[in-house]
Design a protein around this ligand. Structure first.
Ligand code: G6P
Length: 614
């Protein structure tokens, strides 16, 4: 969702900016633009609706010279996606150019005030309001630019990450953030600016993550200066990022999503490395060691998350309740933050987020913190906002996830939740030693079993062609596989735009069964576990109404094979680890159906990877 890139230094800025925007494409966007100050001191802005490649085509024959510039990919919030609403936006005088991620909540009031002062607006964006406001403050109060930015930002309610150019100061970028991420990369006499580290890694591994209400003044060949909104200087904390360029590229796969699906055996090995130790029969999470008493003393866990991470949370509830005998609630962060939840210092909140930047999850954390709860983060993006605001946590360590539809992050989250449940259960004495040891053994075998599932890729690809006609899909599962059904349905709708619903299988007869006819594909998670007989009956009910059943079964299952229209056989594992296996064919099914339908798998319409606005 919205991407920011900036550059100042000795290089030509335009290629750095465009490459950076491409690295951020995965976040989801609908238009793009750049602003550069050329050697003659002109401030040029080029914008285009559509992809970064559309921007390149339209800017290609224009003057793109200059060693300083800012660039943006926009995901529409205020005003439709079009060239006029794309960023950067000029101020009225044409001296300033601004790009912005986030939402200025009081933009309408500010706009009215500025209109009363005679300002005219070209776009429908809140961003144009902000750049006009900065200029208005500067001119009316006769301030230098930095002070004008401070004053303007103090009057703003909402979220922002901004970068600002002033053609009268061609060696300076001003950047600021509140509730929307912004990273400054420090090179030799040059600086890079971006919404996350991915556009920066190929140039430098030294970065500063701006904190809320901090403003960076960036000039080439000078030390970066950071101040707060009241002009108090703050010491930049330089961090080292540990990301390789190869991790950000497709490595021979046609799409990032397929690459990431196939990475799961190795990403889970990375996730478990040093944590699941079959040789010494233990599971260690450093956060559990460091905060043992606080975690063991929890009266209750509350999991907050959005989207796919919320589905992982549902599996986490089963795991923690089974092995630790502590009650767990799972909440959509967006609902939790606007209720008046009963929560206090005896509660532990587990915040799950791939990006570590989801606005609703961050707000839920802030609310829980204010009420005294202890916050445990489960994130992927190292150094992102959520890990920086939680009391402790565990990274899932599955590497950068670029495809908008989350895949390896989901299995990484489920794995961390499994490790958490096992280590807490062990410490509380609520899990039998025999079961604990068995689960450690089973967990270590999951990556190998995932490899076996991935070998079915061709079979699933062929099977998917049969179902591209469908307008609706139903996904059914029970117990640990119910959240997998939800996740399978989400994957399909996200990338193929086919309507799909996940349901607990037994609930089918309370509504969805009315939808079943000869056209309706029903994906049933029917592995051999405690629920097997029940699921078998559900399949019979679907077949009695001539629905098309695609069944995920345990290898060797003949009974369901005789009933179902299509069968995907999966290696056996223990019931609580099944989601790590059953998720993969559903990811592949969604992927291949979307490819067959010619959809843009990695950047599905209207979706964003990192939802930094509510
Ligand atoms: C967006 C993404 C989803 C993701 C959700 C939560 O909707 O497209 O893939 O599950 O946000 O994101 P988070 O980064 O907090 O896990």
């Amino acid at each position: 969702m919205c991407g920011i890139v900036g550059y100042i230094g000795k290089r030509e800025a335009y290629p750095v900016l465009v490459k950076g925007l491409k690295r951020l494409e995965y976040r989801g966007y609908d238009s793009a633009g750049v602003a550069m100050i050329n050697p003659l001191g002109n401030l040029n802005i080029y914008k285009a609706k559509g992809k970064v490649s559309d921007l390149e085509s339209s800017a290609g024959d224009k003057d793109v010279s200059g060693h300083i510039g800012i660039a943006h990919t926009r995901w529409a919030t205020h005003g439709e996606p079009c060239q006029v609403n794309a960023h950067p936006h000029y101020s009225a005088s044409g001296n300033l150019a601004l790009i912005h991620n986030g939402i200025i909540e009081n933009y309408a009031t500010l706009k009215e005030k500025l209109k009363a002062e005679g300002y005219v607006f070209k776009s429908s964006t809140d961003t144009e309001v902000l750049v006009q406001l900065i200029e208005y403050v500067q001119q009316s109060e006769n301030l230098d630019l930095l002070t004008a930015v401070e004053v303007a930002l103090r009057s703003v309610i909402g979220a922002y990450a901004i970068a600002l150019l002033d053609k009268r100061q061609p060696n300076q970028i001003i950047a600021a953030r509140k509730s929307s991420p912004l990273v400054v990369g420090i090179g030799e006499g040059e600086f890079f600016l971006a919404s996350d580290a991915s556009p920066i890694v190929e140039y430098t591994n030294r970065v500063v993550y701006l904190e809320d209400e901090e403003i960076a003044i960036i000039r080439s060949d000078e030390e970066m200066k950071i101040v707060n909104l009241h002009n108090v200087e703050i010491n930049p904390q330089v961090k080292k990022i540990d990301m390789e360029l190869g991790q950000l590229e497709k490595g021979g796969y046609p799409h990032f999503m397929l690459k990431e699906i196939f990475e799961q055996p190795s990403s889970l090995n990375d996730c478990m490395r040093g944590r699941v130790n079959p040789d010494v029969n233990n599971v260690i999470l450093s956060a559990v060691n460091d905060h043992r008493e606080r975690l063991l003393g929890a009266r209750r866990f509350i999991i907050v998350a959005c989207g796919t991470s919320w589905h992982a949370g549902l599996i986490g509830k089963h795991l923690i309740e089974s092995f630790c005998r502590i009650p767990v609630e799972v909440e959509y962060a967006s609902e939790f933050r606007y209720r008046n939840p009963v929560i206090d210092e005896q509660d532990v909140v587990i915040a799950i987020s791939q990006s570590g930047e989801t606005a609703d999850t961050l707000a839920a954390i802030e609310l829980a913190k204010k009420r005294g709860a202890f916050i445990y983060g489960i994130c992927n993006a190292v150094g992102s906002s959520i890990p920086r605001t939680t009391h402790t946590g565990s990274y899932i360590h599955v590497g950068p996830e670029i495809g908008v539809a989350s895949t390896k992050a989901f299995t990484g989250q489920v794995t961390v939740l499994t490790m958490l449940a096992l280590s807490l259960g062990k410490a509380r004495g609520t899990i039998q030693q025999e079961e604990y040891l068995n689960l450690i053994g089973e967990l270590s075998q999951i990556p190998e079993k995932m490899e076996t599932v991935l070998q079915m890729n061709d079979h699933i690809s062929q099977l998917s062609r049969i179902f591209t006609y469908a307008h609706n899909f139903l996904y059914l599962g029970r117990g640990y596989n119910y959240p997998v059904a939800l996740e399978g349905a989400l994957k399909l709708k996200e990338i193929s735009y086919i309507h799909a619903e996940g349901y607990p299988a037994a609930e089918m007869k309370h509504g969805p069964i009315a939808l079943i006819d000869t056209e309706m594909p029903v994906v049933v998670l029917a592995t051999r576990n405690a629920m097997y007989e029940k699921i078998l009956s559900n399949i019979q009910e679907i077949k009695a109404r001539k629905g098309k059943v695609i069944a995920l079964v345990t290898e060797g299952d003949k009974e369901i094979a005789n009933l179902a229209d299509e069968v995907i056989e999966l290696p056996k594992t223990v019931e609580c680890l099944e989601p790590l296996i059953t998720t993969i064919p559903l990811q592949l099914l969604a992927y291949h159906i979307a490819v067959c339908k010619g959809k843009d798998v990695d950047q599905p319409r209207n979706l964003a990877k990192s939802v930094t606005v509510e």
